[in-house]
Design a binder for this molecule. Structure first.
Ligand code: CP
Ligand code: NVA
Length: 298
């Protein structure tokens, strides 16, 4: 099937990504109704919990003139074992695009292989590309182009961290990752990113001179049973005002949310002068409207 999908950030070229960030800003500033996707239907399959991704896609498609259809495994045949390939073939004959939040990245790839319409990754174990659109939009709004800047990732080498690796190579910034031993991102991705990414286990080294400091929860959805072990392993990896003091003057702090105050970030940082997390969350709406417009109306 030759629909255009958005499964990871590298499904966009650097030029397309820059244009989409720019368009997100335009849509944010737009006053009055703009409904290029009238009568278009967005299917949304969520196998994991969500507040921001779900609401921003539902609100976004409605604002663009369309409608959304939300499905969880509990109320569809997916939860009773209908194969993902069959679900993709059926749904994509009825809706115009599909957002899928699921566990295994391979599932979203299989879904896309069998879908006639664009498939958007709403988060998998490996990537969360929609969040990066909002993070990058937020950076560009505050600081202009990110090329050549230093971004510090403090914490788990998880789906968000791996999405930052993709962004670093696409937009040519330097990502310094500090994670506990044993919680590194995939070696293949690191090799792909080359000298765009530095990896060590030293949060102070990562934060020093950073223009943007980013973190995420220590235990992602699906890792609840590892929580105690992770709390111990990540203790040195909290983003605190002391850590932010090592960053450049005017450095920003981002977190995809939901945040755990007192774990990966202190309340002082989350609510402090560095933090742009509420705008970052709002930009999920604008960035994904730009994405829907790009995928559905070219
Ligand atoms: N950041 C993010 O994706 O949040 P939700 O899990 O609430 O969608
Ligand atoms: N890494 C987190 C991101 C949540 C938006 C998770 O996968 O649960």
């Amino acid at each position: 099937m030759n629909a255009r999908h958005f499964l990871t950030l590298t499904d966009l070229s650097p030029d397309e990504l820059r244009a989409l960030i720019q368009r997100a800003g335009e849509l944010k500033r737009l006053k009055g109704p703009y409904e290029p996707l009238k009568n278009r239907l967005l299917g949304m399959i969520f196998e994991k919990a969500s507040t921001r991704t779900r609401v921003s896609f539902e609100a976004g498609i409605v604002q663009l003139g369309g409608a959304a259809l939300f499905l969880s495994p509990r109320d569809s045949q997916l939860g009773r074992g209908e194969p993902i390939e069959d679900t993709a073939r059926v749904l994509s004959r009825m809706v115009d695009a599909i957002v899928l939040r699921t566990h295994c990245h391979r599932t979203v790839q299989r879904f896309a292989e069998f879908s006639r319409v664009p498939v958007i990754n709403g988060l998998t174990d490996r990537f969360h590309p929609c969040q990066l659109l909002a993070d990058l939009q937020t950076w560009f709004e505050h600081r202009g182009d990110i090329r050549g800047h230093k971004v510090a990732w403090i914490g788990d080498g998880n789906n968000m961290c791996q999405s930052y690796i993709k962004a670093a190579r696409l937009l040519d910034f330097h990502l310094h990752i500090a994670c506990p031993q044993g919680y590194e991102p995939e070696a293949e991705l690191l090799a792909w990113a080359g000298d765009r990414v530095t990896l060590d286990h030293d949060p102070e080294a990562a934060a020093t001179g950073a223009d943007l400091v980013v973190t995420d929860v220590w235990a992602s959805m699906g890792q609840e049973q590892e929580r105690q072990q992770r709390l111990a392993a990540f203790r040195r990896f909290q983003v605190t005002p002391e850590l932010m003091a090592l960053a450049h003057d005017g450095a920003l702090f981002m977190h995809c949310l939901p945040a755990h105050r007192g774990e990966e970030v202190s309340a002082e940082v989350l609510e402090g002068p560095w933090s742009v997390v509420w705008e970052e969350a709002e930009n999920r709406l604008h960035a994904q409207k730009a994405l829907l417009e790009f995928l559905l109306s070219g």
